[in-house]
Design a protein around this ligand. Sequence first.
Ligand SMILES: Nc1ncnc2c1ncn2[C@@H]1O[C@H](COP(=O)(O)OP(=O)(O)OP(=O)(O)O)[C@@H](O)[C@H]1O
Length: 240
Amino acid sequence: MTDMLLEVDGLHVSYGKAEVLHGISLAMKPGSILTVIGANGAGKTTLLNAIMGLIPSTGQIRYNGQPIPRTVEARVAAGLCLVPEKRELFGTMTVEDNIELGGFLRSKHEREQMQEEVYQRFPRLAERRKQLAGTLSGGERQMLALARALMSRPRLLLLDEPSLGLAPKIVADILQIVAELRTTGVSILLVEQNARAALEIADEGYLVELGEVRKSGPAAELANDPSLMEGYLGRQDSED
Ligand SMILES: Nc1ncnc2c1ncn2[C@@H]1O[C@H](COP(=O)(O)OP(=O)(O)OP(=O)(O)O)[C@@H](O)[C@H]1O
């Protein structure tokens, strides 16, 4: 028996003839935050999409000690939830309606309960319930994407660059929210280019370069790794 929530072993992904993930392996404990850091094009989004089942892959993915269910729908039902880089909110719908949609798999009673929890966690969204999602600021939009994801009561949240495009102060706020989510029992696989900030809230870190894991270990160790200073940790508030 394994005590890991997620185990990825020798994962390969190709787009047409071009292989972009060349045998990625990682393991994640329940209740933890694992961050995957790496430059543009390293393959981070591809990794999340493969774990979610949105694109085909070879290799093994085990979830909760079992082979992960085959379809995206079954993975969602098993508690996986992806917040994609583009957030994919419905801009012409209100905040409230976007949140409501996140709970589509849940009963009305559960949805109402979750909505209350979500508005308590994100008071800014509660104030803006009736506002159209397309008119929110970047930080608020990211909050809404997280809130909508929480409505599905996920066990494993896959977050694709939640800090992308946000001002440094807002990045800190969003990552603080991510860190707090872990206290509710949800496990978080966090993909970030903002390596320093991500390593600060994570338990484990993986550095991916050109579709391969180059380094992994406790996040605190990676944050102090001299070989990462130059390329990844140098700028404290890198935004892109
Ligand atoms: N649909 C696609 N078809 C062909 N190649 C793709 C496709 N999506 C991504 N790639 C390529 O796969 C590689 C990994 O891309 P991916 O988006 O996973 O990287 P990333 O680390 O998430 O980068 P970014 O931070 O820029 O999103 C890149 O070389 C990219 O050009």
